[in-house]
Every structure is written in C-alpha cells, then in structure tokens.
Design a protein around this ligand. Structure first.
Ligand SMILES: NC(=O)c1ccc[n+]([C@@H]2O[C@H](COP(=O)([O-])OP(=O)(O)OC[C@H]3O[C@@H](n4cnc5c(N)ncnc54)[C@H](O)[C@@H]3O)[C@@H](O)[C@H]2O)c1
Length: 359
C-alpha cells in the first residue's frame, strides 16, 4: 500500500484508462486529480462518470494546474514518447502503456529524460504480473521446472474489423502487431533473456494489406524462445509454455490457468495414464479457483495491470527500481521493430506493398 499521497493524472480517456482508474481507486494514498484527452467531450464524460474532479485537453495546462507526481499514459502508441517526455519535464513519473513507444530512438529519448530529471518510468507489461504468471515466477524461482530449455508463446492477433473507423489499433498493416505483440515478446524474454538474434518467418503482407501468420525464433541470452502470431488460428491464441529439464509449465492466459506436466518414475502404463489425468485434475482445480476469484470479486479483468500499478507506486514510495523500467520497454520495442523490418524486407515481386508506415 502507498504510504505517501500520490497525485495521479491520466492522459487518454479511452478503454484502458477506465481500467487504470478502477485500480487506482483501490490504492490507499493515491488520488486521481485529473484526466486529459485530446477529445474534450471524451475527457468531460470520463471525468464525470469516473468521479475525477478535473478534465483537460491541454497537457501543459493540466500539469501546471494540478501538478501530479504520477501520470498514466493511456493513449495510442505513437503518442507515448512525446507525452511521457513532456510530463517528466514537468515533474511527473510515468506509467506508460505498452508498447513503450514506436521506435528504439523514442525509448532512448524517454530514458534520457527520466535520467536527466530524476523521474521513473514503468511500462505496463501487465501480463508478467497476472496472478497466473506470479505462480509461474515462483515455481521457476524455486527450481520447480529445473533448467529452462526453451520458452514459447502463441498470440492471436485481432483481424481488422470491417468498420475500422481509422482506429489506431487497426490503422495499418503493422498496427495489430504493435498493439498485441508486446505481450508474448516480454513474456518469453522474462525467461529467455534478451534476444541475441531475431529470426522472422512470415508472408510479408498479403495483397489486402493485412499481416496474417508470423513465426519468430529468438535465441536468448539464457535459452531459446519462439513466438507465433496468428490471425487464423481459432480459438484465439494466448498461450505460454515453458519447457524445463524437470517439468513443463503450460499457461493459458485467456483462462488464467496453469498446468504443470511432470515426468513420473512410475510403470509405463501408469505414467501414461497420469500424463493425462494429472493435467486434467490441475485444470479442473485451476478453473474452479479462477471462477471463484472472479465471482467473489477477488479478481478483476486485467489483474496484472492492477498488480503492476501497485508495484510501481510501491517502488516510488520506497525508492526501489521500477518493476518494468524503460529498459525492458526498450528491449520490447527493439524486437517489434526488428520483426517489422524483416517483414518489410525484399517482398516477393507479386506482393505489392500497399501499406505505408506512418512513423
Ligand atoms: N496492457 C494491456 O493489456 C492493454 C490493453 C488495451 C490497450 N492497451 C494500450 O493502451 C493504450 C491505449 O489503448 P486504448 O485501447 O485505451 O485506446 P483508445 O483508443 O480506447 O483510447 C485512447 C484515447 O487517447 C486519446 N488520445 C489520442 N491521442 C492523444 C493525445 N495526443 N493527447 C491526449 N489524448 C489523446 C484518444 O482521444 C482516446 O480517447 C495503447 O497503448 C494500447 O496498446 C494496453
């Protein structure tokens, strides 16, 4: 729990800002003093619905009038760097949504600003702090999987809707990748370490200008990692598997369930039977416990966002390092950029690029 008074402001009054607001409400010593959105009507409605006393369309006005010491940046990715820099210059620490920015250079500018003004950055790599992932971290830390051999993540990518209305998340071929790609990449990196190489396989861009299937090998400093993005596979993929020398952990991030598969020194037929029955029993138990947590309101949607916000505020109070510093955000963006450039490189002659990237 936060000990001192944190004056918090939100920039962006969209979908995820509402989630942030809900979690901040439950943190002792933290008060949301203002919200700012480029759209005046949205800012006003958000403030009145969420009980926030002040709303703005100008960041500078908000900063000078309300002087928040923490600003949450909940706007589209292309706006993160400039907004973060502006509020850090004006006295705030920054909790920024993923991806940290759209280029490594922008991440560096953010990190340099934080260092120059003595501010902290926390990037919302929220899935790392989902309760199911916290169990996995504990299991790995106590050696429950043995040495990690490889880690793999499968992520579904929302296809652009018919009526995109120009929403930033589907505004061009790579927007869904930058929107959803951060999650599997930071999840695997937590176990594999930073990628020493980034090997991308995927049809560059289909004639309709949409990214479909991408596979990426990421030989890491600690072990190899594999990430797959699929628009085609159903049901929507959101899985992580960590293969160790003693056991394998399988995480379903849609259902927030963990199954650990272990090799058992038992007669062959019994071992084969248990290889199915044991995971089935774990799945039933995990399903019951997640359902109860939701029904009893012990778990809200995006629980990892709440845990990350609380960990960041605690780190500010106690002078500890940020739970997800600008450097982890930068590494994530470095890999996203490498994937994008690999898919843009040398397109087959019959696949005209119809998409231009507005960087
Ligand atoms: N961590 C997660 O699981 C998660 C989930 C959803 C979204 N996100 C991230 O949150 C961010 C926002 O996503 P969203 O779904 O809430 O988007 P959204 O489109 O619902 O909301 C964005 C808001 O930002 C406002 N805005 C845009 N540019 C602005 C500017 N320069 N100054 C002030 N306001 C501005 C828009 O008017 C809009 O109201 C993105 O980075 C996205 O990747 C993270």
């Amino acid at each position: 729990m936060s000990k001192r008074n944190n004056r918090v402001a939100l920039i962006g009054a969209g979908r995820i800002a509402a989630v942030h607001r809900g979690f901040i409400r439950g943190i002792a010593g933290a008060e949301v003093v203002a919200v700012c959105d480029a759209d005046a009507a949205l800012a006003e409605t958000f403030a009145s619905e969420k009980g926030i006393p002040n709303h703005y369309t100008s960041i500078d006005e908000m900063m000078s009038a309300k002087q928040p010491n923490i600003v949450h940046i909940c706007t589209p990715p292309a706006t993160h760097a400039n907004l973060a820099i502006r509020v850090m210059e004006q006295g705030a620490n920054v909790f920024v949504e993923k991806p940290m920015a759209m280029s490594v250079e922008d991440c560096d500018r953010m990190i340099e600003t934080a260092e120059r003004y003595g501010r902290r950055i926390c990037v919302d790599h929220n899935r790392l702090m989902d309760p199911v992932m916290q169990k996995v971290h504990k299991l790995v830390a106590k050696g429950g999987l043995g040495d990690i051999v490889t880690v793999e993540a499968h992520q579904g990518v929302n296809p652009p809707e018919d009526d995109t209305g120009g929403h930033w998340s589907v505004a061009d071929a790579f927007a869904p990748l930058y929107n959803l790609g951060p999650h599997p990449l930071y999840l695997v990196e937590a176990f594999s370490g930073p990628a020493r190489d980034i090997i991308v396989q995927g049809a560059p861009i289909a004639s309709d200008g949409v990214l479909r299937e991408i596979r990426i090998m990421l030989p890491g400093e600690k072990c190899d990692a594999f990430v797959s993005f699929s628009m085609g596979a159903q049901p929507y993929l959101n899985h992580l598997a960590i293969y160790g020398t003693k056991a394998t952990a399988r995480v379903n991030l849609n259902t927030m369930t963990l199954v650990v598969e272990r090799d058992r020194k038992l007669p062959k037929m019994v071992a084969k039977l248990l290889a199915n029955l044991d995971p089935a029993a774990q799945m039933v138990q995990a399903t019951i416990s997640v359902t109860l947590a939701v029904l009893l309101r012990r778990m809200k949607t995006y629980p990892g966002i709440g845990n990350t916000i609380r960990a960041f505020y605690r780190s500010l109070d106690e002078g500890d390092p940020s739970p997800n510093s600008g450097f982890s955000g930068r590494e994530n963006v470095r890999v996203l950029r490498a994937i994008e450039s690999a898919l843009r490189k040398d397109p087959p002659a019959d696949q005209e690029r119809e998409i231009t990237w507005n960087s």
